[in-house]
Write a protein that binds this ligand. Sequence first.
Ligand code: GAP
Length: 578
Amino acid sequence: MSGPDKYEILAELARRRGFFWPSFEIYGGVGGFIDLGPLGASLKRRLEEKWRDFFVRRQGLLEIVTPIIMPAKVFEASGHVQHFKDSMVECTKCKRKYRADHIVHDATGMETEGFDLNQLDALIREKNIHCVECGGELTSPQYFGTMFTTTIGPYSEAVGYARPEAAQGMFVDFKRVYEIAREKMPLGIAQIGQALRNEISPRQGPVRLREFTIMEFEFFFDPEDPRCDRLGEVENERIRIVPLEFREKGVEEPIELTVAEALKKGYIKQPWSAYFMALSKQFVYELGIPPEKQRFHEKLQTERAHYSAQTYDHQVQLERWGWVELAGNAYRTDFDLRGHMQTSKVDLTVFKPYDGPRKRKLKVVVPISAAIGPEFKEHAGEVTRKILEMDASLVEESFSKHGFLTLNGFKVLPNHVRIEEKEVSESGKRFIPHVIEPSFGAERLVYAVLEYAYSIVKDRVVMKIPRGLVPIQAIILPLVNKDGLDEKARGLHRNLLHAKFDVEYDESGSIGRRYARADETGIPVAITVDYQTMQDDTVTLRDRDTWEQKRFQISEVIDVLHRYLSSTVSFEDLESKR
Ligand code: GAP
């Protein structure tokens, strides 16, 4: 019989030590929700802070906060009402519901993401797939909209949705933030917040939740000038990617190449995408996940979200689930801004001035009154106004395709208009910015960090969480609770708290047990107050990763902790400055 897998071991540790556990435990739990305990909440906060530092601060993004509940119009405009759905089957016997692509994947091992209802139905019948719980027959798959629906206020007609991504708040606010940013382009808007998705049958703990925290930004740029002026910083960074070209040939093994090569070969369409993918790799590496456990997996057209022209999922290898997406990198083009512009009728274009005025030939549609008057009589004015609003190329296209044009129900023929060319002088042009979107899920990061931190040293669990992310930075341990050692230790504890360290005090149990507890919670430094402390004011610092110990003056501890926690200096190289 095989033992528990890493997820089961970590889930048990997480519950016992206070990283995370299923929500609503006393009521039996509800799938797809987890609570973060004191350690998990702190780890998540540090991950958010790191993301902020890495992307928002260093890349000069502007962070905003927008509501979680949004009126239906927003998601109609963004295409989510139409497209944000998953395939679902029901067991005809026990009535259990499953995500159709997942149940087929689990039964066959096939990559079923993006399969349509007919493909899934055919596979269910062909492969004789039945209910996992009772063996009952499954219905034909149907779509299930995965946005949570509500009403806003007491008006049943005021439908609202809980946002499944933070992105739409940033698109809706684009114009205002653009103005606040003194109309600078490119422009990045960032947001961290809750996202809700009514997942059909989430069974993957922190990896698939109905409520999770999303950390994403929308990077707006001019599609006619897509250069990335920061590319030089990362062009030699090596990334492992599985481009579309490979996947279409059935190859799922990544190739490793530099960012510059990936762009040159056309595997990544946009330079800004490539730049952020490189940063994403560095970010995940700093969370303790080595490069060989990361890859960028391009989505097939059938797997991509409705708004995306190219998506690379940034995946990491997890023991139970294999390659799991930590972040999506989508090239959203002008899809969202265009949708909001059409629905809201608000101009979301930006103006790009030329160096000097430019002359341009422009085609215009001119109504011919002599032909329009007799034909449309009392409607002639209305038809003329509509003709003047028309784009000449659309008029030409309609004439060549159909031989006429329909305006407000009136049939306009080529003899009713004349297409003329005019020369106009322009000082600039208006365009809808295109968007690159890197998007991380915080709970998946929490779990991935824990899985990669988990290690066994001499039969003991040591959580080697990177020092910059640890929930508790140090623990103060009096060797014994007498002879003034405990008082001295409490004094040091208070001083470190005032110096803004997250430190704990522990006096219960043998020193060995306390070290073991600290290792299992990932505390990088244990500070022991012993009898020598009472004589020379020194304490021992014990390193979680090497179990090595060094003595420092109490007066040096703040400086030593600062140096150790905020850099990659090894414990061995930490020197006393006495
Ligand atoms: N705005 C883009 C967007 O929402 P996504 O790939 O659907 O893209 C981004 O989600 C990230 O959010 C994912 O890479 C993943 O880390 C996280 N995520 C998505 N669905 C999740 C779920 N059900 N539970 C936990 N995290 C999830």
